[in-house]
Structure formats: C-alpha cells, structure tokens
Design a protein around this ligand. Structure first.
Ligand code: PHE
Length: 344
C-alpha cells in the first residue's frame, strides 16, 4: 500500500476511535498511537527522504494534514467530554425568557408630575450643586451668621478647605433655595424657574424624617408678580397633584428670604379637614413654604428691589409622594426593596 492510501485509512480509523472515546483519559493513548514517536505517521515521515521525488512532496503534505486532522479531532472530543458538556439543541418552540420591565422610582414620578405642572406655565427646569457654599445656602438668602439654622447641628458641613473662601465653607445644601441665588446672579430678570433636587439635614431617621430628601423650588421674578400670582400658581399645582377638589390654605409664616411668607396646607384627604390620625387631628397637612422674595435677596444678586419683585416656593417631594400614594414611612423610598418599588 502506498503511504498516501495508508494515511487516508489511518485517519478514518483515528477519527472513529477518537469519536468513541468515552472519557478524556482515553484520548491520550490514542494520541500516542496515531501521532507519537512510535506511530506509523512518524515512520512515514522519517521514510520521506527515501521516497521517489514525485511522491515525496505529496506524502509530506498529506502527513501534515493527517497530523492536523487528528489533533483537531482530539481537541473536539476533549471539549465534548470534559470542558463543555453537550448542549441540547435549541428548541425554538419554548416560550422566550421574559425581560422584567423597569419602572421609575416613585420619587422620580412625583418630581416629574410637579415639574409637569410648571413647565406649561413657562417655568424652566434648572439644577444646582448638592455640595454648596455657605454663602448661597445662607448669607445671600438673608440668613445672617448668627441665625439658628446656621449651627452645624442643622447642617452637614464638609470637612475640607473651601475652594472659594470668600463664599464660606462647603456644606451639603439644606434646601434648594440656594439655586435661586445662583440663577439670579447669572441672569437678568424676568425669570421663571423650577429646581428639583436632593437636600440634606442631620435629622434622625424616623417614619417622617430622613437626612436626605427632595425638594422642588420655584422662583418667578419680573416687574409685576404679586402674592396673588403665587397663590394662583400654587393652588393650580396642588389641584393638579391631588385632584380638582383639593382645598388649600395659606398660613402666615416666617422665612428669612421671603416677606411676607406663608406655609401652604391642603385639607387632609383622609378626613376632609375634620381631624384624624393622618393629619395629627389638625385637618390640614403642611405641603410647602413660600413667599415674596425678600428685598435683601434681590440686592444680594444686584437686582433692584424698587424695579423687580417675585415669589418663591419650596416643596417637600417625599411629603407629597407619601400623600399621593398612601405611603406611611419615608424610609421605604430609600431602602430599595423591590417588593415596595415594583408597586409603582
Ligand atoms: N427653603 C425653604 C425650606 O426648605 C422653603 C421655601 C422656599 C420657603 C422658598 C419660601 C420660599 O423650608
């Protein structure tokens, strides 16, 4: 038999035996038998020089191919037996794997609902930094250095040297009002903005307090805005959020950066003003602070209080979301328990 035929036969034999090998350990003896130093392949290779010239080249080539084919068969069988267990064929009739649908966090939904009330009224959405200078959080808002809310007790101060010492130390903003100042500093009146964002206060965690929560701030300044505009805009907002029948009440209050100032209450949805556990028997729920921008604040941003005036408000998003969705504990919003979140 000439070496070419012999190699063809050997290859068929090798492939068959390798294909039948029942475990990875059975493969090594086969490798030795067909490719080893004492194999027929090895003999054929060493016999090459003795062959007639016309046979020598083809036989060499055939021998190399034989080697490559046997090695490939070995590798393939090794994989089938060891590394990768045989995969069942794809069954296209099986139902597909469902991809669970994501959803927006309830706080995000409430923020979007609030912004969605103001955007059609021409308010632009703006964001500001959470790490803020004391100047914007306090001074420019007419909160003097000896004001009680300045005490570190009420604010998280950041323990690094201020990058702009003239603007005081860095802190985590305790409200979104500093963004009013930042925007007015940059732009001339008139302006209408709403500012969603996180704020921080060192409160102990309980069902209605968290050291981080969200506010939406609003600011409108021009040459004629009045308290009546403020009232109209906020009533509109609360009716959009809580339903057309919602009753609101403006209660005199004090904020250093607005004058006059008010807090806005809505009639408790649970008891319609009669008094119940939800509203602490008051019949009303406090929803936000507001007022006419204080002349000192206008002066701090180089606006002329004799020429321009405006209103500002700030509402607590968690408060609103808790009432909208009947959530009794603020901590549920931040624990990321999917059993809670997937209800929205
Ligand atoms: N910044 C105030 C707070 O956090 C809310 C507020 C904003 C009041 C704007 C008046 C005007 O309590």
């Amino acid at each position: 038999m000439n070496p070419l035929e012999e190699l063809a036969q050997l290859l068929a034999q090798a492939v068959a035996l390798i294909g039948e090998a029942a475990s990875p350990e059975r493969l090594e003896p086969l490798r030795v038998k067909f490719l080893g130093r004492k194999s027929r392949l090895s003999e054929i290779m060493s016999g090459l020089p003795a062959l007639p010239v016309e046979l020598r080249a083809v036989t060499g080539k055939q021998a190399n191919q034989f080697k490559a084919s046997v090695e490939a068969a070995l590798a393939q069988r090794r994989q089938v037996l060891g590394v990768a267990p045989a995969k069942p064929a794809l069954d296209v009739t099986l139902p597909g794997t469902a991809v669970p649908q994501g959803r927006l966090h309830p706080i995000t939904r409430t923020i979007e609902a609030i912004l969605g009330v103001f955007q059609p009224m021409g308010f632009e959405v703006i964001e500001g930094p959470e790490a803020e200078f004391a100047y914007y959080n306090f001074d420019a808002l007419n909160i003097p250095p000896d004001h009680p809310s300045r005490e570190s007790f009420d604010t998280f101060f950041i323990d690094t040297p201020s990058p702009q010492p003239a603007k005081g130390p860095l802190l985590l903003r305790s409200h979104t009002s500093p963004v009013q100042v930042r925007v007015m500093e940059q732009r001339p009146p008139p302006l209408r903005i709403v500012v969603p964002g996180k704020v921080y206060r060192p409160d102990a965690l309980d069902p209605s307090h968290s050291f981080m929560f969200h506010q939406v701030e609003g600011l409108m300044v021009d040459d004629r805005t009045t308290f009546a505009d403020l009232k109209g805009v906020l009533e509109q907002c609360l009716k959009a959020l809580f339903g057309a029948h919602t009753r609101t009440r403006f209660r005199p209050h004090f904020f250093p950066f607005t004058e006059p100032s008010a807090e806005v209450d809505i009639a408790c949805a649970a008891c319609q003003g009669a008094g119940c556990p939800t509203c602490g028997r008051k019949g009303w729920l406090e929803i936000m602070g507001c007022g006419m921008v204080h002349p000192h604040v206008l002066k701090a941003v180089r606006y002329n209080p004799a020429k321009v005036q405006g209103f500002a408000f700030g509402m607590g998003v968690e408060r609103i979301a808790m009432l909208q969705y009947g959530v009794k504990d603020i901590r549920l919003f931040f624990e990321n328990d999917l059993r809670f979140l997937s209800q929205f």
